[in-house]
Design a protein around this ligand. Sequence first.
Ligand SMILES: [Mg+2]
Length: 335
Amino acid sequence: MNAPNFSAPSLNILVVDDQNATRVALAAELDRVGHRVLEAGDAEWALQLFARHRPDLVLLDVEMPGHDGYWIAREMRAAEPGGWTPIIFLSRMGQDQDVWRGIEAGGDDYLIKPVSPMVLHAKLRAMLRLAQMRQRLVQLSEELRHANNQLHQLSSVDALTGLMNRRALDARLQQEIEQARRDGLPLTLVLCDVDHFKRYNDSHGHVEGDACLRSIGRLLQETCRRPSDCVGRYGGEEFAMVLPNTPRSGAMTFARALMRTVAHAQLPHHDSPVSPHVTLSGGITTCVPDASTTAEGLLIRADDALYHAKASGRNRFFSYEMQMDTEEHRHGLMR
Ligand SMILES: [Mg+2]
């Protein structure tokens, strides 16, 4: 009987059989319907072709001298961790236990020789369908992974500056409070914002305003040199920094270094009553956390201190615990 001419997609098929006549006949039949065929007569050559050409499907003779088909199938499976190339065994043996052994060895189906062309093509179509479904699943899970990554990024990164957003920063602050409490070390929280930023936007425009926030974000990031320090955009023109293992005096020194860095950048501000350049005001709170310390409490103290810095003339950082700002700190050190 002549096999019907299936219009199936063309596949790369590896045919492994030690008997030339069988192999050539199978190859001819597959070739007749448009598949590309690779032939191997022994285990070593079969594995080489498998590794080199990554066929879409393998037809694998069970009974071969030396390594048999079961062994080859196991080697092929081991050579493609995470992948899956359909393997169909060909055998003259048709006992239940032979079929079982074939599937156990990593095969996907079992054909009894001599193989009828019609059954062969039907099996190929079924395997192809499975392979396509699997491919689609792999693709979908990859898309899902990508979407999850994006979602995570969106939920923790500020889109304008690339710094942590408020949500991520709150979580980090909470973590650092717990860590500092366990270690008995001082923790510093700094809140700061750009002085007269509304005037900046009004005189420079919003596009420049966004660029200004990005520049400030970069300068803050540069100043937070230790790997454990973190900086985030807290909202609008407000930024926050969490500085583990930083005592009050160290926080003041940090704030003064930050102000120097920002001053050095000389970002123009055409409409600031404080300076011709962009300046920051900041509030600092430092404590060795105990059982009563909360993130909310620290934020309120830092915000109070920030308010104080604004009220004292801006372009300074005020420490809640020291009741002193960076100007007074500097003069104190110079005395
Ligand atoms: Mg054989």
